[in-house]
Design a protein around this ligand. Structure first.
Ligand SMILES: Cc1cc2nc3c(=O)[nH]c(=O)nc-3n(C[C@H](O)[C@H](O)[C@H](O)COP(=O)(O)O)c2cc1C
Length: 339
């Protein structure tokens, strides 16, 4: 029985963020209970990613569990790995509400949360109780009030606090909801930032800790070759492609009109083609030497197969989990496990 099918109408009758908070509140209380169904293991899908061993290649994308509150649940639902965050150095509230919107017809979300999270210290403390044998990455960003010129300090300090607690770090410079953040993707600023983070990693003797860079689907494709050069030159492990897009033109006309122009980032199936295209474009320059994690609009086993066959080392989902519930994990993994 698909329990999510029954509770989804109730959740979708609530404001999207309230529904999210309610599910988290309940799950936190029940996640340590013996699970109703043991997660299905897929020994044939075990894979490696930048030196890490993943039990399968399907992970939970950043933004769902910003504060690392439900790690045992993600493990027991069958995800191959999870990325917590975005975590900022200091705790912050994020943007005023409402700031998360469902576009149900196209199974999409628009969010302008703005990195609401408990801050690096509190989250590192929570990670002391993280489950074993389950790959956990931390996605880090800068506080809203930190100017871009000082952003590297935020990243370095968050790196120092969180890197001993996780299996990999993701540098997020691609969320559309922190003003100016995405300009750090400019190759000149990017090189400066990654150099400083790389130095920090050496100082902390964490040279073997994989670091990924998460990019926006809206970057100029002409920058791809230079970005790959910088990322590999600074000893980073790989890329996550992509974050949400600000191109609300991807929405069908009918949905744009009722929604109005909600500033924020669009996620879900409308993003798939763009993210996949960018992944293929970057692969021309990474030439299989640097793993790419595909993220953006994956909703089915066929999508997952397409991105993996297209060269991605692993994949992440967020929005399809909201619309389909936990069964999307098994649906995707069963499909590719038949290959
Ligand atoms: C509500 C919401 C919050 C998100 N928060 C973050 C975040 O804090 N950091 C981040 O790197 N990406 C964040 N993302 C982006 C996702 O990690 C992912 O890159 C994007 O949603 C595309 O994947 P999807 O189509 O499977 O959702 C968020 C996405 C959503 C929908």
């Amino acid at each position: 029985m698909d329990l999510y099918k029954i509770i989804r109408p109730l959740l979708f009758s609530l404001d999207a963020e309230k529904a999210h908070n309610l599910v988290f509140w309940l799950s936190e209380r029940f996640q340590d209970w013996p699970t109703i169904a043991e997660p299905k293991e897929y020994p044939d899908l075990k894979t490696s990613l930048a030196g890490l061993t993943l039990r399968n290649p399907l992970g939970l994308a950043a933004g769902m569990d910003k504060n690392a509150r439900l790690l045992p649940l993600w493990k027991s639902l069958g995800f191959g790995f999870v990325e917590i965050g975005t975590v900022t150095l200091k705790p912050q509230e994020g943007n005023p509400r409402p700031r998360l919107f469902r576009v149900t017809e196209s199974q999409s979300l628009i969010n302008r949360l703005g990195f609401n999270n408990d801050g690096a210290l509190a989250i590192a403390k929570r990670l002391e109780n993280r489950p074993d044998d389950f790959v956990v990455g931390a996605n880090i960003g800068k506080n809203k009030e930190t100017p871009n010129e000082a952003a590297s300090r935020d990243y370095q300090e968050s790196f120092a606090i969180l890197s001993p607690m996780v299996d990999y770090i993701t540098i997020n410079i691609s969320s559309p909801n922190t003003p100016g953040l995405r300009s750090l993707q400019d190759p000149i600023l990017l090189k400066e930032l990654l150099k400083k983070i790389s130095r920090q990693r050496s100082q902390y003797r964490q040279d073997n800790l994989p670091i990924f860079l998460k990019l926006s689907p809206d970057i100029d494709p002409l920058d791809a070759e230079e970005i790959v050069g910088i990322v590999s030159g600074e000893g980073f492990s790989g890329l996550i492609l992509t974050n949400t897009t600000t191109d609300l033109g991807l929405l069908p006309e009918s949905e744009r009109s009722w929604l109005g122009e909600q500033p924020g980032g669009l996620s879900g199936p409308l993003l798939f083609d763009r993210s996949f295209w960018l992944q293929q474009h970057f692969l021309k320059f990474t030439k299989d030497k640097m793993p790419i994690i595909s993220c953006g609009g994956i909703t089915s086993g066929a999508d997952l197969r397409k991105v993996l066959a297209g060269g991605a080392a692993a994949a992440q989902i967020y929005t399809s989990f909201i619309y389909q519930g936990p069964k999307v994990i098994r649906k995707c993994l069963d499909f590719i496990s038949e290959d």
